[in-house]
Design a protein around this ligand. Structure first.
Ligand SMILES: [Zn+2]
Length: 137
């Protein structure tokens, strides 16, 4: 039987990281230390490989995952994307955890990061003026 869990074997690191770059970092890497947009050829290659990116502006290195939900976690891009797909398919955190070899707690933590990123709490529109402001009118 074809299942989504079996189908997810096609989610490999390179494709998952490409998806994450397009989704979360479409403008390319920006140094978290000094805010410089990274443009050097070697640094951009490291970014595409999900490695350590060197900033010529301040001389520091940072992980390519900066700005994505997996930054400062041990999650790999392919794990993140499988978690997201299984979540969108309605799987429970414990089911997702069993598929990924992670605890339900770890999955719930990542689902919260996903929720904050994709469905952030919106400011309450308590007056028409605020509503217009939040809509950019
Ligand atoms: Zn920098």
């Amino acid at each position: 039987m074809v299942t989504i869990e079996k189908t997810l074997q096609v989610v490999v690191r390179s494709a998952a990281w490409e998806w994450m770059r397009n989704e979360y970092l479409p403008a390319g890497p920006v140094c978290p230390g000094c805010g410089t947009a990274i443009t050097g050829a070697r640094a951009l290659l490291a970014f595409r490989d999900c490695g350590q990116v060197y900033c010529a502006g301040c001389g520091k290195r940072f992980r390519a995952t900066f700005g994505t939900p997996i930054h400062e976690t041990s999650w790999q891009p392919e794990e993140y994307l499988q978690c997201l797909i299984l979540h969108l398919a309605g799987r429970s955190p414990s089911t997702i955890g069993a598929h990924l070899g992670k605890s339900g707690h770890a999955v719930r933590d990542m689902l919260e990061r996903i929720r904050l990123r994709h469905d952030p709490p919106r400011p309450r529109a308590s007056s028409p003026g605020m509503l217009q402001h939040s809509m950019g009118i």
